[in-house]
Design a protein around this ligand. Sequence first.
Ligand code: R5P
Length: 285
Amino acid sequence: MIIPGLASQAVAASLATETGRDLMPVTRRQFPDGERLVELEADPGTAPIIVASTVSSAAHMDLLLLQDAAREAGATELTTVIPYLGYARQDTDFADGQPVSVRAIARAIAPGTDRVLTVNPHETDVLEYFDVPSRAVSVAGELAEALSADLLDPVFLGPDEGARALAHHVRDAYGRGTADHLEKTRHSDRAVEIAPSDTAVADRDVVLVDDIISTGGTMCEAANVLDDRGANELIVTCVHPMLAEDAYVRLRREGVRAIYGTDTIERTVSVVSAAPAIAESLESS
Ligand code: R5P
């Protein structure tokens, strides 16, 4: 049985189809004081799979409640799939007095499950914070499925060195073009500076690839630099399309022709499903 989390209805349904499992109906309500309640409307069996991206505090709390409900209903082999692991970017204390937020999140989730599977976490090292077997699957290559087959002499660029491997994966999956990365300096939550690489982009279609678009600041700055250097069409892809606030509009105003992401976070740009890769990883474990 697949148990869908609050913010993961579509990816859970796709995973149910991929794995031939049933999809659990869940009712939810909120008490007047804001506390939440979930109710599983069918027998989860002994080995259910919860699919829950922790995109918000509500979604995170929903996951913890689903885990407990599944245990109460008799689950002895519970798998928790977290397509998007929130707080993963705070994987160290960047200043005195700060938490290692993703460690706190992992410590809350791990006791309620027998194993964890997530998709393209910001750094795979964060898996060490789960005190149960955990693994990550990459769906970067699948992003190529969204791209038009006739891109003009394409170049695949990560906006920073951390996204270099993702850009190469998408290029390899697409089957032609070059891959490289830009240099990013972050000045604040929203302000970044991007330095161009030596890669020639003039009159070429550029596919920017990152793990997540949050405020869109990184991709907007990259788009701006690439436009100045004469890039033809700009296409932006990411695994986790958070697209906080007006990120989508800001990217389009920056001249980005198309934005594609996966359903680890369910947005209008989520045209690629992570479910097949998750299913394959589950079947092989
Ligand atoms: C940071 O290293 C990440 O890979 C992303 O580049 C970053 O988190 C994107 O954030 P934003 O969209 O707010 O610039």
